[in-house]
Ligand binder design. Structure first.
Ligand code: ADP
Length: 275
């Protein structure tokens, strides 16, 4: 049977051992080539949801079908194989500080769960070539041999992006990619992720707390509140009443205007410059 959607999540429940029910029956479908932003207040379950998709968090019940495979039922080996098709970008970059940029990117070839030892294995020349091309694409060619801990936050996230893409995934999970970055760098990083997702023809789920960034860059917005999907629609339909439904009472307009102004300023600056 051919699956209509790339990702199909049904009745997903996650109850942590503490008793906290982070997801209370989530249904969500993601199409190929779709750029989906997951928004919602802190504690809504965004991170839990994104991590259930590759089983970094084990779901309590429900189904997650990716390209026709129910990832919830996979044994360890099959799960490892499946994870290779799912790239992940983390908020805190999850780089190995004392390794070089190149070594960090190559470590992604063996999946983000690869052990520290994995980077000492030999990599075929075509993989190294791919790593160089990716590093050039994310603007870090001059930093190939730099140690990860010598880079700025934005540069570290660029390494994280290259590492996620080296394994040629068809689905990308992005967990708060800009939370540790200043607003301008955050926009540059979001722009880069979206450009690459389009170039590589990936589907992406981006967990992002910044509503304005989500509206600027995503094609579809899903709002999560208290473990339940409360909104699913296009960015331009996200108005104050939708935001109030997702977040509760708040004045959203001012932030929106500020970001729009800063976006214009970005265009005036050299936006391609790596910070
Ligand atoms: P978000 O990403 O939207 O901020 P999370 O998925 O991190 O939300 O958290 C959802 C809920 O689950 C919160 O109440 C949080 O405290 C709880 N939670 C998250 N991770 C754990 C954990 N490892 N153990 C227990 N509770 C957790």
């Amino acid at each position: 049977m051919v699956e209509k959607h790339m990702v199909s999540i049904s009745n997903l429940v996650k109850k942590y051992p503490s008793g906290q029910e982070a997801l209370k029956g989530v249904n969500l479908e993601v199409n190929a080539n779709e750029i989906l932003a997951l928004i919602g207040p802190s504690g809504a379950g965004k991170s839990t949801l994104i991590r259930c998709v590759n089983r970094l968090v084990e779901p309590t019940s429900g189904k997650i079908i990716i390209n026709g495979i129910d990832v919830c039922t996979l044994g360890y080996k099959a799960l490892r194989m499946q994870r290779r098709k799912i790239g992940m970008i983390f908020q805190e970059y999850a780089l190995v500080d004392r390794l070089t940029v190149m070594e960090n990117v190559l470590s992604g070839q063996l999946g983000y769960t690869g052990t520290f030892k994995s980077i000492f294995r030999k990599f075929p020349p075509d993989v190294v070539d791919s790593a160089i091309k990716l590093l050039e694409r994310v603007g870090l060619l001059d930093y190939v041999d730099s140690r990860a801990d010598q880079l700025s936050g934005g540069q570290r996230q660029r390494v994280g992006i290259a590492r996620a893409l080296i394994q040629r995934p068809d689905l990308l999970l992005v967990d708060e990619p800009t939370a540790s970055l200043d607003p301008k760098t955050a926009r540059q990083i979001m722009r880069l992720i979206v450009e690459l997702v389009i170039e590589y023809k990936l589907a992406v789920i981006i967990n992002i707390h910044d509503v304005q960034l989500a509206q600027m860059f995503a094609q579809r917005i899903v709002g999560l509140r208290d473990g339940i999907v409360v909104y699913d629609g296009t960015p331009d339909q996200v108005d104050n009443s939708v935001l109030t439904e997702i977040y509760g009472e708040e004045d959203w307009d001012q932030g929106k205007k500020r970001h729009a102004q800063e976006e214009d300023d970005d265009e005036d600056d050299d936006i391609d410059q790596v910070e």
